[in-house]
Ligand binder design. Structure first.
Ligand code: AMP
Length: 476
């Protein structure tokens, strides 16, 4: 299971600002979106300088590194791979140099046609040094920039790449932000003291004491130079397809995404879960951290007391030495421990956001039973995950998804719960407050907003490139 990535771009309108420090803090706020690698690129007035490394933001950067990245415009990235191997070559921003200059790119999302595009480019003699689809985007974008002006180049790029992409480019002293025509992955714009920023989540704007202006629209190109912003709508599709999993699991509860506060959405999901699947219990408790806000909603609707029963260790970083086989129990307890008096003799409603393979729920049900729980009713804030994600979330393969092959009763038996309830599709969509036609729910329905070989596609959205062509006269 892998998280998506986080991207940031900042342009100050006054000299003397240290953009790298601001990007560093913004990336810290987005750390939950990727812990494998981090990087920052800045333009120092003459050239782009980049520093990237494997690990958490705090492991990759120190004061000295930040001081070397001088400039007032730059971009940043935190990565967890959805495509490409886990190695420094695949970390971002990716810097490419070409005839007319250099471009740094930070990408959140996943292209579904990147293998095909890459093969065509390789046949034409292009050489790649990473396995990520971001390098494919870089090659295509450079080629288009050599042929067209900026807007036309982005439009031509959009016609070729299919999938999810929230892109932030550093092109000389200009930040470009592009969101795919379906707006699958999030991207928003904020005003900060003497500048403009874009970020995957508004929590990063809050961190810099800024103000959320709005989301980047699906199919929009935003150009930010010297702290001033211009916008070009390059495609107009009848429906967006925002990723439902951002609302269920990924995004921070304090972020506002496509007009919805994630905290409120999750409280609503929890309430709908309580409405649809009541339980004879005396305690509602979350699986931390992802179940917390859902459990609050369940508690508020049902009136059943909320108590914390599990404590998670949040400090198990990359350098953690995994205990060997003989110490497996220690490893499990290191990650999560029980608060015994809150569990012993109690009938629990145990709330989590999702069941993917079923291993987490099984392990935790066993744990609370060992700590003396009388009953364990498991409640899940998403409908069963029964299909893979091709659009930015590494959701495991279909064979690994427990709900792809088992009924709810079958899953209930595997995780050893006294009862199991998933929120319904309607309960989820109502809680999010966005019409279901405007959401990508591929992992829950097996129906995707773009064509994927061997999978079913939402018919109205198959001809993406047509809408991009149509928008040619529509530039704002
Ligand atoms: P599993 O143990 O495979 O059933 O995974 C379910 C658990 O993983 C839940 O506790 C979720 O909070 C968490 N989870 C769900 N999606 C992801 C993801 N994309 N990356 C990491 N963890 C996830």
């Amino acid at each position: 299971m892998h998280d998506a990535c986080g991207v940031v771009g900042i342009s100050f309108n006054e000299t003397g600002n240290n953009v790298a420090k601001s990007i560093y803090y913004a990336l810290y706020a987005l750390q939950h979106r990727g812990q494998e690698a981090a990087g920052i690129s800045v333009h120092d007035g003459k050239a782009i300088r980049t520093h990237r490394g494997m690990g958490l933001v705090s492991e990759v950067f120190d004061d000295a590194q930040i001081a070397l990245l001088r400039g007032q415009v730059g971009i940043g990235h935190v990565r967890y791979p959805t495509s490409g191997r886990s190695c420094i070559e695949n970390s971002q921003p990716l810097l490419v140099k070409f005839k007319d200059g250099a471009i740094a790119i930070a990408h959140n999302g996943n292209l579904v046609n990147s293998c095909q595009l890459r093969e065509n480019l390789e046949l034409a003699g292009d050489i790649f040094y990473s396995t990520s689809d971001t390098e494919v985007i870089a090659h295509l974008f450079v080629k288009e920039l050599l042929r067209y002006d900026l807007q036309e180049a982005v439009r031509a790029l959009m016609r070729k790449i299919v999938g999810s992409y929230s892109l932030v480019f550093l092109w000389g002293d200009t930040v470009l932000a592009v969101r795919d025509p379906l707006g699958i992955k999030p991207l928003c714009i904020g005003e900060i003291d003497s500048g403009i920023m874009v970020a995957s989540e508004s929590a990063a704007i809050d961190t810099l004491n800024g103000r959320l202006i709005r989301d980047v629209m699906p199919g929009e190109l935003v150009v930010i130079r010297h702290g001033e912003m211009k916008s070009y709508q390059l495609s107009r599709l009848p429906h967006p397809a925002h990723c439902i999993f951002e609302y269920i699991y990924f995004a921070r509860p304090d972020s506002i995404m496509d007009g919805r506060l994630i905290y409120e959405v999750r409280v609503n999901i929890g309430a709908n879960l309580a409405k649809e699947h009541p339980a004879n219990a005396d305690t509602v408790t979350p699986i931390p951290d992802s179940g917390i806000t859902l459990a609050v909603g369940y508690h508020q609707y049902s009136g059943i007391s909320y108590r914390e029963c599990l404590m998670k260790n949040r400090y198990i970083g990359r350098t953690f030495i995994m205990p060997d086989q003989s110490m497996r129990e220690t490893a499990v307890r290191l990650k999560m421990n029980t608060i015994r008096p809150n569990i012993e003799g109690h009938k629990l409603v145990l709330v989590d956001d999702s069941i993917v393979r079923g291993t987490t729920s099984r392990r935790i049900v066993d744990m609370v039973r060992k700590a003396g729980a009388e009953k364990v009713h498991v409640r899940i804030g998403s409908p069963p995950i029964m299909a893979p994600c091709y659009l930015g979330i590494d959701m495991a393969s279909r064979e690994e998804l427990i709900a792809a092959f088992k009924t709810v009763a079958g899953v209930e038996a595997v995780i050893n719960a006294d009862s199991l309830g998933y929120v319904s599709h309607k309960g989820l969509v109502d809680a999010v407050g966005i019409p279901k036609e405007n959401l990508c729910m591929g992992c829950l329905t097996g129906l995707y907003p773009v064509e994927i070989p061997g999978e079913k596609c939402m018919a109205a959205q198959t001809k993406l490139s047509e809408y991009i062509v149509k928008a040619t006269e529509d530039i704002t």
